[in-house]
Design a protein around this ligand. Structure first.
Ligand code: ATR
Length: 286
């Protein structure tokens, strides 16, 4: 799109609280500049009390949509006019679109971002070939388990410190989801071809995460959603075993693509240059 031909300046935002740590403004403003587009993407610190008022006001102020982050991904579910099927299945919203009459649609692009990142980094990954094992049973886990099932993984084993949360997730997502005891997980790795950490373990400031993955198949892919630090203990161990790995930053970049395209009219690219630019920002945040 040519700047000269753009009549209005489209706006988008990321809504959360706190919001200062979000990499989304850096990501979207990088794409705006790269694509020579007029437009702005801003962080909005919004508490629960102001949330509904804010999302109803934004379309009237020229906003085309917004990302939604912690702690509002589930809070907005009841505040939108429509939910996409994937947002309904994942039970959370991370992207809002406003149409010209101000109608608000809630979408979830986390699962999309997770899968697109793997497809870009590990194009030979074949999800249908064997079971997956997911550590964690929070909101992120629900998106990842749904994504894996959607890609045809025959079975997803989930293991969570609080077992009841894993059981609830398996009740929601169906018979292919099996619950594994948190204390017994190392012995359940043998046929696993996709291993994903969705817990906050291993993140800076949290406890370390070094599960024993020595029984993993040599063809397995190991993914960690933690991107701060980028090279987690889990990924380092997997690399040292010669396994395929993907880190958490790539997912974050890819989940932004559908929103940007809808709001600003151009499909942005996830490039190595962009990843390096944001890696530096991650380090600054640390
Ligand atoms: P998110 O939406 O990012 O998934 P969340 O819903 O708070 O965040 O989930 C965090 C996940 O990390 C949960 O699976 C949590 O396990 P519990 O359900 O037992 O709380 C997991 N987690 C966090 N700290 C942990 C720890 N010290 N040991 C084991 N698991 C932990």
């Amino acid at each position: 799109m040519d700047i000269e031909n753009q009549k209005e300046v489209p706006l988008a935002a990321v809504i959360g609280s706190p919001i200062g740590q979000s990499l989304s403004p850096d990501l979207h403003n990088y794409w705006l500049v790269k694509n020579n587009l007029k437009g702005y993407y801003i962080p909005l610190n919004v508490n629960l009390k102001m949330l509904e008022k804010t999302i109803n006001l934004l379309p009237k102020l020229g906003f085309k949509g917004a990302n939604v982050t912690i702690p509002h991904k589930t809070n907005v579910l009841s505040m939108v006019d429509k939910l996409t099927d994937r947002a309904t299945m994942i039970g959370a919203v991370n992207t809002l679109h406003f149409n010209s009459s101000g109608q608000i649609t809630g979408d979830n692009t986390d699962a999309y971002g997770f899968i697109e990142n793997i497809k870009q980094k590990q194009p030979h990954w074949d999800p249908k070939k064997g079971p997956a094992l997911v550590y964690g049973a929070g909101g992120a886990a629900r998106a990842i388990v749904w994504a894996l099932l959607h890609e045809g993984v025959p079975e997803v084993r989930i293991s969570n410190r609080t077992k009841n949360k894993a059981i609830s997730l398996s009740d929601i997502l169906g018979a292919k989801v099996k619950v594994i005891d948190w204390t017994n997980v190392d012995s359940q790795l043998e046929e696993v071809l996709t291993l994903v950490n969705t817990t906050s373990l291993g993140m800076i400031g949290n406890a370390r995460f070094s599960p024993n993955i020595s029984k993993l198949n040599s063809q397995a892919l190991v993914a960690d959603l933690v991107y701060n630090p980028l090279k987690t203990d889990l990924l380092k161990t997997a690399k040292s075993m010669g396994l395929k790995t993907v880190d958490g930053l790539g997912m974050l970049l890819h989940q932004g693509v559908p929103g940007f395209e809808k709001w600003f009219g151009v499909q942005p690219k996830v490039t190595e240059e962009l990843e390096m630019f944001l890696q530096e920002k991650c380090n600054v945040t640390i």
